[in-house]
Design a protein around this ligand. Structure first.
Ligand SMILES: O=C(O)[C@H](O)[C@@H](O)[C@H](O)[C@H](O)COP(=O)(O)O
Length: 256
């Protein structure tokens, strides 16, 4: 397992570069196995990446009907709520591409089959992931890539420092009392995320600098959840210069 840190000169280059990487990652997975499997995330940088991919000529490199879309976390709100990560991803990306609706697997909504019961919704999502993993014996499929944003407090997905999700062994759990609104969420846990071939942590802006530095300085995953995720093949930190500003000295050459 390897890891790398790439520092881009500004947020625009970061966003375009991650969108291009995602297109290539999906196209390579399809060339190797026919079907690609990705987990999307929420937040501002993810929304920008989704729009950049939608608008990129590289979108034509992908057979969109052969991509399985899962989510790393979701804000537990009614279906169609503009603050749901699903709504953002659909509006920015999925609604504009010939995806197979049966391969799009949004996390549960608060007005869905289980009603306003995030624990039941999390269990349902865990069962769907296990079903997709088939006979592999894994609780979740082998994602080609799980894309994650990074919070100012070093959270990833909806795994927040010190909260019960950092101790979880189930693949998907409900989160209550999240410090980032809305307070009720559903998230993949470390074990589920870490079943990915590649995990990407994308961070933009100076407000993320301390969290990025903490996670890359040997902090524990319960204190800095971003330190608790890793791909089985590769972990990529994809940063702009401001987010990389506080990196420890061994990364100094990257910061210029
Ligand atoms: O639902 C969410 O908000 C997330 O999935 C969360 O983990 C997000 O990715 C980070 O907080 C970064 O968000 P920004 O890119 O907006 O800073």
């Amino acid at each position: 397992m390897t890891s790398s840190v790439v520092v881009h000169p500004d947020p625009d280059v970061l966003v375009e570069s991650v969108a291009a990487r995602l297109a290539i990652r999906i196209a390579d997975a399809q060339a190797a196995r026919g079907l690609a499997c990705v987990a999307l995330t929420g937040g501002r940088v993810a929304a920008r990446i989704h729009r950049a991919l939608r608008d990129s000529p590289m979108r034509h490199a992908i057979d969109w009907s052969a991509v399985e879309f899962w989510w790393g976390d979701e804000r537990f709100l009614p279906s169609g709520d503009p603050d749901r990560n699903e709504t953002q991803a659909r509006e920015a990306l999925l609604d504009h591409l010939p995806v197979d609706p049966a391969r799009v697997h949004p996390m549960p909504a608060s007005d869905g089959e289980d009603g306003d019961d995030p624990e039941a919704g999390a269990a349902r999502y865990a069962a769907a992931l296990a079903d997709s993993a088939g006979h592999s014996g894994d609780p979740v499929p082998r994602f080609d890539v799980v894309m994650l944003g990074v919070g100012e407090d070093a959270h990833v997905a909806s795994v927040f420092p010190g909260q019960p999700a950092v101790y979880e062994e189930r693949s998907v759990v409900a989160v209550r009392g999240a410090p980032k609104p809305p307070p009720v969420r559903v998230t993949l846990t470390f074990d589920a995320i870490n079943n990915a071939e590649e995990v990407w942590l994308v961070a933009s802006g100076g407000a993320k600098a301390d969290a990025v530095a903490l996670a890359l300085s040997g902090a524990g995953p319960r204190q800095a959840p971003a330190a608790g995720v890793a791909g089985t093949g590769h972990t990529r930190w994809l940063l702009d210069r401001a987010a990389a500003a506080a990196l420890p000295s061994r990364f100094r050459s990257l910061r210029r």
